[in-house]
Design a protein around this ligand. Structure first.
Ligand SMILES: Nc1ncnc2c1ncn2[C@@H]1O[C@H](COP(=O)(O)OP(=O)(O)OP(=O)(O)O)[C@@H](O)[C@H]1O
Length: 265
């Protein structure tokens, strides 16, 4: 399924947080949203997954007018892993993931064998099947994050919205989550802080700064030393890595840049 965001403006407490944003996500594409802290990435995603109402513009998912779609119907199409989604109630890991099946069921309908199979597979994918009986609230931040990914997988939606999905995760699990997400073959839109992860896994990237989209394109088109300096105020060395064939950014600490400049003076 594809997403079209057309001229969307979202205002919080009379302040426009994102302004006149337009973007397209093709079916099966993985789109990264990057930008500095407070630039509006989560607000954009919340507008897309309907946690925040937008004041102007339109969002379509395929041909569905997204604002007019019922919540239950929307959950069949779109699964969300956000920073705020995790319940603090004392559910088991397996129960948490079973909640991902609710859009496919009627009120109070019992869990079927098929639901349990889907949940088992999702928990195996994130490496937490052995922990299925543990209480969710006793898990570490990274384990909780992986349960939420499993819940989104179990939802079997055609669109996955990920708001900093690799936050809390060690490097092995950061890569694992992105690999799993891509292997699902679904449409992905993800706010990412790690630009090398965005470069490695995203087909295209949108750069958000101060509530506006300031650049978009393939990782190689977007992640240039000039753009990273302008938007993130960092000095970098950007190469195409010979082993991965994707953009690789090395961050240059300000003091080493200053030291090199001093030596070459
Ligand atoms: N509920 C809210 N009330 C007031 N201001 C808000 C609210 N939600 C977001 N904002 C403000 O909107 C701006 C954009 O926030 P948003 O969370 O979208 O940024 P972000 O790019 O996701 O940031 P980060 O990288 O830090 O997660 C920030 O200045 C933030 O303080």
């Amino acid at each position: 399924m594809k997403i079209a965001v057309q001229n969307v403006t979202t205002t919080i407490q009379k302040r426009p947080i994102i302004q006149d944003m337009s973007l397209d996500v093709g079916s099966g594409e993985c789109i990264g949203i990057i930008g500095p802290n407070g630039s509006g990435k989560s607000t954009l995603l919340k507008s897309i997954y309907r946690a925040l109402p937008y004041d102007a513009g339109e969002i379509y998912v395929d041909r569905i007018d997204w604002a007019a779609c019922s919540a239950k119907e929307a959950a069949k199409y779109m699964a969300v892993v956000s920073q705020e989604g995790a319940a603090q109630f004392d559910f088991s890991v397996e129960e948490m993931v079973l909640m991902g099946r609710s859009p496919h069921k009627k009120w109070f309908e019992a869990d079927s064998d098929d639901d349990r199979r889907v949940v088992k597979r999702a928990l195996e994918q994130v490496g937490l099947w052995e922990d299925r009986e543990r209480s969710f609230i006793t898990l570490s931040g990274g384990e909780k994050q992986r349960v939420m990914i499993a819940r989104a997988i179990a939802q079997q939606a055609q669109i996955l919205v990920l708001d900093e999905p690799t936050n809390h995760l060690d490097i092995h699990h950061q890569l694992q989550v992105m690999e799993i997400a891509r292997e699902l073959g679904v449409t992905i839109i993800a706010a990412l802080h790690d630009l090398n992860i965005a470069a490695a896994y995203c087909d295209r990237i949108y750069v958000v700064d101060n509530g506006e989209i300031v650049a978009s394109g393939t990782p190689a088109e977007v992640l240039t030393e000039q753009l990273l300096r302008r938007v993130f105020q960092v000095e970098t060395d950007v190469i195409i890595h010979p082993k991965t064939n994707s953009v690789h950014i090395t961050y240059l600490p300000a003091r080493s840049v200053a030291a090199v400049a001093e030596v070459s003076r």
